[in-house]
Design a protein around this ligand. Structure first.
Ligand code: CA
Length: 238
C-alpha cells in the first residue's frame, strides 16, 4: 500500500483548495462501475510444435478465468511408420503408452498444462474449462519420443478474464501540465495496473494512457486536454 507523507498530503489539500477557486480546475476522480471496463477478454493463436513436448502459449491464466481451446491439424508421433498413427488433435489409441505426459489421453493428442509443474490434461479438439490454479498456459503433444514427429497442430485460445477491481485510494495530484497519480496496491498475483483518462467524468474511459506494475503513474500529456477536463480511472489487470 502506498502511503503519502503527511507533508505532501497537506500540500495536496492546499493545491486542491487553490484549484477550487480557479476558473478551470482539475477534479480528482476515480469513476466506479464503468461497464465497458468491468471484464477483460483475449484470444491468441498457438502453433503447437509436435517435435517438442510443450509449447508456451505466451499467456498467463488466473484461477477463475474461463478458457476455451479449439485445436486443428494433423500430426503423427510415429511419422514414417504406420498410417494409422496419424491423427487430429483428438489423438489415437494406437501405440499408446503409459509413459506419455498425459497417460489417460490418447497418443498424438493435444494436451495442456498450467504452470511449470501443473498436471497435464487432455485438450483434444475442444476444451472449455474454468481455471483452478494460476500460471502460464502450455499446450503439448502427447508423446514421449519427440524425434521424427511430423505434422502440425494449431490452437485458438479464448479467455474471459474474471472481473478485476478498480483501485482504491486513488489520489490525483496536478502540477502544471503533469498529473501524478497514486493508489493502493491490489493483492492479486501477477498484477499490474492500467491507467485510463477521459474528458468527461461519466465517460467510457477508453483513452488508455499506459500500464505499470508500480502504484504510481505520471500523466505527462495532460496538456492535450483542457484543464478541468481530465478524469482518471485505474484498474488492476494482467
Ligand atoms: Ca514420437
Amino acid at each position: 500500500m502506498k502511503t503519502i507523507p503527511r507533508a505532501l498530503e497537506a500540500s495536496l489539500l492546499l493545491v486542491a483548495s487553490c484549484l477550487l477557486f480557479a476558473i478551470n480546475i482539475v477534479i480528482p476522480s476515480n469513476a466506479c462501475s464503468q461497464t465497458p471496463l468491468d471484464t477483460d477478454a483475449w484470444m491468441t493463436r498457438v502453433d503447437i510444435n509436435v517435435s517438442q513436448p510443450w509449447t508456451d502459449s505466451g499467456r498467463d491464466v488466473v484461477a477463475g478465468d474461463s478458457v476455451e481451446i479449439l485445436a486443428y491439424g494433423f500430426a503423427s508421433g510415429a511419422a514414417g511408420s504406420s498410417q494409422t498413427e496419424w491423427s487430429g488433435p483428438e489423438g489415437t489409441w494406437a501405440g499408446h503408452a503409459p509413459s506419455y505426459p498425459c497417460p489417460n489421453a490418447p497418443f498424438n493428442a493435444v494436451i495442456g498444462r498450467i504452470g511449470d509443474n501443473g498436471t497435464p490434461f487432455y485438450v483434444g479438439r475442444a476444451l472449455s474449462m474454468r481455471v483452478e490454479s494460476s500460471g502460464r498456459l502450455f499446450l503439448g503433444f502427447n508423446d514421449d519420443i519427440m524425434e521424427g514427429n511430423d505434422g502440425k497442430y494449431i490452437a485458438l485460445i479464448t479467455a474471459d478474464v474474471r472481473s478485476l477491481p478498480l483501485v482504491s485510494g486513488l489520489v490525483i495530484h496536478p502540477t502544471g501540465d503533469q498529473v501524478s497519480l497514486y493508489w493502493n496496491s491490489v493483492d492479486i498475483p501477477q498484477i499490474f495496473y492500467r491507467v485510463y483518462r477521459d474528458s468527461v467524468q461519466t465517460g467510457g474511459y477508453t483513452e488508455f494512457l499506459g500500464s505499470t506494475a508500480d502504484t504510481t503513474f505520471v500523466d505527462n500529456d495532460s496538456a492535450s486536454l483542457p484543464a478541468g477536463k481530465r478524469f482518471y480511472l485505474v484498474r488492476a489487470s494482467r
